[in-house]
Design a protein around this ligand. Structure first.
Ligand code: 13P
Ligand code: 13P
Ligand code: MG
Ligand code: MG
Length: 365
């Protein structure tokens, strides 16, 4: 049976500031998705959040980029925005860039990761959701899951994945994609994905049969809108086991809290901290950046779960390390590399300051 997993997310109002989700927004989303499930529009759903970002996890048989599913999500975000406005939540409707829906949420503000798959005998999937970062944050973990044998033992010892994986990479500036095949093009891949503000892994496919293994949301709000309207806190769907990395191999890269962009005003680097659902409430300097992992078994499209995958004590060390890095990097205050480089600054007073002071710059002797 072919099933589509659609994860569509938006920040439609923060509680308090940009730190958390108000329960009324979750309730509103659940009520709407309950009705859609009763109507047979979707098979199943789960509403999750990471910080101020609400994710609608839906399963259905309508395929990717389906106008009805996208409209369902869009209308829910509009309804939630109404609630957010009544409560005067912070940045109510922040990610909804357009007033009129035109068939697909892409380019309209919400982030979206979808995959249509033939459900296997057992289909474990992990859905990652992040706050205070950008889709480039997935590059390092996706590389490690699907190309690094020091992370994924299966690349070496499992015949069903020994041939490797293909990575579809999006250049968000030129709006072009390239597919690179690993292990043979690993060094080429790293040239690009190491520059994660510009090149973002969009999909991963198993090389032997082109089966989709992972799919990320890669919308960049600032480029979509041409001005800063909120970051693009991303989501990622990964399939596990039987020809894909084991669940533990999928989670393992997050044991290292690598530096990502997007903390405080979208303008700082910080450690990507794996946390439990409960801990997904970034308040220290609006961070540090967080990631949660919701594990499900699919059963004829039903979402059996979630299991809160980062709640496990074995991620305590990564959290501890992230807190040490937080302490260290925060001391840099407004200095790079804590602060992003000038080109990458999102909320920025710098052009205005430069303009104001331009006549005071004299040619250096
Ligand atoms: P089990 O033997 O518990 O099924 O585990 C197999 C596996 O792949 C674990 O990584
Ligand atoms: P969000 O993108 O999560 O709304 O955060 C905005 C911000 O800059 C917080 O400091
Ligand atoms: Mg926000
Ligand atoms: Mg957010």
């Amino acid at each position: 049976m072919k099933v589509t997993i659609s994860v569509i997310k938006a920040d439609i109002g923060g509680y308090v500031g940009h730190s958390n989700m108000h329960p009324k927004l979750i309730e509103m989303a659940q009520e709407s998705l309950d009705a859609a499930r009763a109507d047979g529009m979707i098979i199943d759903y789960y509403v999750a959040y990471c910080g101020d970002d609400l994710s609608l996890i839906m399963t259905h048989t309508r395929g990717e980029d389906n106008a009805d599913i996208h409209k369902l999500a869009w209308d829910i975000f509009l309804r939630c925005t109404e609630v957010a406005k009544k409560l005067k939540l912070y940045g109510a409707g922040q990610d909804l860039l357009s007033d009129a829906f035109s068939g697909n949420v892409k380019g309209m503000g919400p982030g979206c990761a979808e995959m249509e798959i033939e459900e296997r005998k057992s289909e474990p999937i992990i859905i990652f959701m992040a706050d205070k970062t950008s889709p480039g944050a997935w590059n390092l973990p996706l590389y490690r899951m699907f190309a690094d044998p020091f992370n994924t033992a299966g690349l070496v010892i499992d015949p069903s994945m020994h041939d490797g994986f293909k990575f579809e990479v999006l250049d968000v500036i030129e709006n072009k994609v390239i597919v690179l095949s690993c292990p043979e093009e690993m060094y080429d891949l790293l040239v690009f994905v190491g520059a994660s503000a510009r090149y973002m892994i969009k999909s991963v496919y198993r090389k032997t049969d082109d089966e989709v293994a992972a799919r990320a949301s890669v919308q960049r709000l600032n480029l979509i809108a041409g001005r800063y309207v909120g970051k693009d806190d991303p989501v990622l769907i990964v399939r596990a086991q039987s020809g894909f990395p084991a669940v533990g191999e999928v989670l393992e890269p997050f044991a290292f809290p690598h530096l990502v962009e997007g903390w405080m005003r979208g303008s700082h680097h910080g450690p990507f901290m794996p946390v439990s659902f409960e801990q997904a409430t970034p308040t220290r300097f609006d961070g540090p950046p967080r990631v949660i992992a919701a594990g499900f078994q699919l059963a004829d499209g039903r979402l059996i779960g979630p299991v809160d995958m980062f709640k496990d004590v074995s991620f305590d060390y990564a959290r501890q390390k992230a807190l040490e890095v937080t302490e260290y990097i925060r001391r840099h205050g407004p200095f790079e590399p804590h602060r992003l480089s000038l080109e990458e600054m999102e909320y920025t007073t710098l052009p205005a300051v430069l303009e104001k002071l331009k006549d005071r710059f004299k040619v250096a002797e």
